[in-house]
Ligand binder design. Structure first.
Ligand code: GLV
Ligand code: GLV
Length: 320
């Protein structure tokens, strides 16, 4: 019998075609929607392997349902949506998609930083809405990026790639991380600081830390209070690292200048989300790694990881 693979999202047939000879591949049937929970449980109970999205909660219930499961292949570098410890206990391998999305996510993070600083989205709307009737010295004036201080919290692969971009803009680069990063210091010129020093002295505070028990609500009222009033906060990691009520207050009271957010606590968010009511928020729908090239490579990596595990080999990118 062929191994059964279930993909929790509808993806293009061309990706799975090469595997169909050896695998029985099924996927969620409907374009643009997330898998129904009951369907996920039912498919998990039959599958040898799952390809999952960051929006799927792969909790104990799903893992318990997966009596034949060998591997859960998450289409993301982050894996806070999966109960990894429980999967391991059950002998299930979990894989993610690091490295292949590093540069693309750094591009998006830097774009969001620039868009927020220079009010690009707001300015675009202004022109498109026919409001541009005058040139004025401070029309849509933003804040400089070059020669300012960027503080990167969470200096993993993506953090370093952001630092490389910042160097090109002649920024002063600070970082905070659990461990020191020699390459970032020697080759990129980044300076290691304490978390406190970073948030107090940075013009741009960029959150790149994964969501774990230790980082939940890491950016809260007391942290925003200690940032400069001119600080811009950027988050392309996970919404759960930020206390959104505290961020709202900090932005509303101009405790900090602005925020650029690609991620939120409960995604997707609707138009009525409080943060969207603020003019100093630039919001994106979790598109950090969303280039055609990178998303395609991520899907291919997910499939390869499954192939390796099913062949009894070590997958290319297991979650450690
Ligand atoms: C995206 O957020 C990812 O974790 O890949
Ligand atoms: C602006 O467009 C300038 O010429 O200074």
């Amino acid at each position: 019998m062929k191994p059964k693979i279930f993909i929790t999202r509808k993806i293009a047939e061309e990706f799975v075609k090469p595997y169909r000879e050896h695998w029985d591949v099924e996927m969620w049937h409907e374009e643009g929607t997330t898998v129904d929970r009951q369907v996920l449980l039912e498919k998990a109970s039959q599958a040898d392997a799952l390809i999952t999205m960051l929006s799927d909660a792969i909790d104990q219930e799903v893992i318990d349902a997966g009596v034949n499961l060998n591997v859960i292949s998450n289409l993301a570098v982050g894996y806070d949506n999966i109960d990894v410890d429980y999967a391991k206990e059950k002998g299930i391998t979990v894989t993610n998609t690091p490295d292949v999305l590093t540069e693309t996510t750094a591009d998006l993070t830097f774009s969001l930083l620039m868009a927020t600083a220079r009010r690009i989205i707001e300015a675009n709307q202004y022109v498109k809405e026919g409001k541009w009737t005058n040139w004025a010295p401070f029309l849509m004036a933003g804040t400089d990026i070059h020669h300012k201080t960027i503080g990167i919290v969470g200096m993993g692969r993506i953090g370093e790639a952001i630092a490389e971009r910042a160097r090109g803009f002649n920024m002063n680069i600070l970082y905070h991380n659990r461990s020191r990063k020699e390459r970032a210091e020697k080759e990129i010129g980044a300076t290691y600081t304490s978390f406190d020093e970073l948030i107090e002295t940075s013009d741009y505070v960029v959150c790149m830390t994964p969501l774990t028990e230790d980082t939940v609500d890491m950016f809260n009222e007391s942290v925003f209070k200690r940032m400069k009033n001119s600080a811009i906060f950027i988050n392309t990691s996970r919404g759960g690292v930020v206390n959104e009520n505290d961020l709202y207050t900090a932005l509303e009271t101009k405790e900090i200048r602005a925020a650029g957010l690609d991620v939120f606590q409960n995604e997707p968010i609707g138009q009525d989300h409080p943060l969207l009511q603020l003019e100093n928020v630039t919001a994106l729908p979790h598109i950090g790694s969303a280039s055609y090239e990178t998303r395609s490579t991520m899907i291919e990596l997910c499939l390869q990881n499954i192939q390796q595990v099913l062949a009894g080999k070590e997958p290319a990118t297991p979650v450690l």
